[in-house]
Design a protein around this ligand. Structure first.
Ligand SMILES: [Zn+2]
Ligand SMILES: [Zn+2]
Length: 425
């Protein structure tokens, strides 16, 4: 019996990996321009980190985490999201004492034991952006703008930005009361999960996927109508900054992000091309989280992008990036094979894509392989050529070829391929 990967945990094969590399390289370039620094955090953390940050009574913590005791009996969890770990690292390394470290991004796999469906996997990948210790609404606007710029750079079509405010503890308390009394009035119609949430965490009812609950939720009171004066001003200021950047948005008072720690401005980038699960990225402010995790009381905001869903939206096949010129060295005969092998390594060290055949096959077979590799040039090293002290360089795009002396062959090839680099640019 063959061993297969775990359901919902996938390989990314070489013919698909070009899109992943593109997304990652665009992210690194743009985020760096916006002043973000990469942080790499572990995949495995103590379970209590997520229980405390995400919230005990969220679906993620209750139903979806991969949690298990290690050999010493310590409860560990494969990270279901990145923010808690980035905050943990910030606190642990006392980065608040280093003013140069405020804006972070991280890219990597997350794990949730969800029912696998299109674009949703048990190992999935996220790009996360986090800003710590900056309270100004300007930074909310900048983070939102960064998300949109990134999606635009990848030509993701038909993105709309949805905004909401989750308020602060001051305005959440009165809202909670009015939500609870509404839910009491309709409690008989709620699903069993929501019956329970009604007392433990009523806001979670906005996440319920059961249709009858969704209908009731559509008529429920919304936080937007209960914001305190400070939260109203803060939200207005975020919108003003977005206006000044020319960003358009839709106010969506029913949008509740799936995590407990959000406050004030939250946002999602929505696309009509992903079916019901229509957000490609989203985030918001989570000012209380650092303190909840035992750190200093510093504000924070950020977003996460689901890479699988982003990649579904990239329709064009993207090849792994190489220089514009790619060379195949076709060798005929033992002596040619031996010299070709050395030449290939030498050219690779000079920063060129070079491949060869290792099996001494016919020229026809080698040319077929060269074609599959989409090379721009083929160097033919044959017995006749070697006897003449020469090799043949074929340009696959123009179907022309020329003979090059073996003397100084490396430099000759490089000068020709670099020259056509310049012609291409
Ligand atoms: Zn408030
Ligand atoms: Zn429900």
């Amino acid at each position: 019996m063959t061993i297969t990967a775990i359901k919902g945990i996938n390989d990314i094969l070489p013919n698909a990996v070009g899109k992943w590399q593109l997304v990652e390289s665009v992210a690194r370039r743009i985020f760096t321009n916006f002043g973000f620094q990469e942080i790499r955090i572990p995949i495995l953390e103590k379970t209590e980190l997520f229980a405390r940050s995400i919230g005990e009574s969220t679906d993620i913590v209750e139903k979806e985490m991969y949690t298990f005791p290690d050999r010493n009996g310590q409860l560990l969890t494969l990270r279901p999201e990145a923010t808690a770990s980035v905050v943990r690292a910030f606190i642990q390394h006392r980065l608040h004492l280093q003013p140069s470290m405020r804006k972070f991004y991280t890219i990597g796999p997350m794990f949730r034991h969800e029912r696998p469906q299109k674009g949703r996997y048990r190992q999935f990948h996220q790009i996360n952006v986090e800003v710590f210790a900056i309270d100004d609404p300007m930074v909310d606007a900048e983070v939102i703008y960064l998300l949109l710029v990134f999606l635009e750079e990848l030509n993701i079509p038909d993105i709309t930005l949805h905004l909401n405010s989750m308020g602060c503890p001051d305005c959440r308390q009165p809202f909670r009361q009015s939500l609870t009394s509404y839910l009491d009035s309709v409690s008989a119609k709620l699903c069993s999960d929501c019956q329970r949430r009604r007392s433990t965490n009523p806001l979670r009812i906005f996440d319920c996927k059961v249709e009858s609950c969704r209908q009731l939720v559509a008529k429920a009171p919304v936080l937007m109508d209960h914001l305190c004066d400070d939260c109203v001003d803060n939200f207005q200021s975020v919108k003003d900054h977005l206006d000044s950047l020319g960003v358009s948005y839709t106010i969506d008072p029913h949008m509740v992000r799936g995590l407990d720690y959000y406050n004030r401005t939250t946002f999602e980038a929505i696309t009509p091309h992903l079916g019901a699960q229509n957000a490609v990225g989203g985030g918001g402010r989570y000012d209380g989280l650092m303190k909840t995790l035992g750190g200093p009381d510093l504000p924070a905001t950020g977003f996460a992008i689901g890479m699988e869903r982003l990649i579904l939206l990239l329709d064009e096949q993207t090849d792994v990036e190489t220089g514009p010129n790619r060379l195949f060295v076709a060798c005929l005969g033992e002596e040619a094979q031996r010299r070709g092998f050395g030449l290939v390594q030498e050219l690779r060290l000079r920063d060129l894509f070079v491949e060869m055949d290792y099996e001494s096959r016919s020229l026809k077979a080698q040319m077929r392989r060269a074609d599959k590799l989409s090379v721009t040039h083929v160097l033919i090293l044959g017995e006749d050529e070697l006897a003449r002290g020469a090799a043949t360089l074929r340009n696959m795009e123009t179907s022309t070829q020329e003979e090059i002396p073996l003397e100084g062959l490396t430099e000759q090839i490089l000068s020709r391929l670099k020259l056509s680099d310049q012609e291409l640019t």
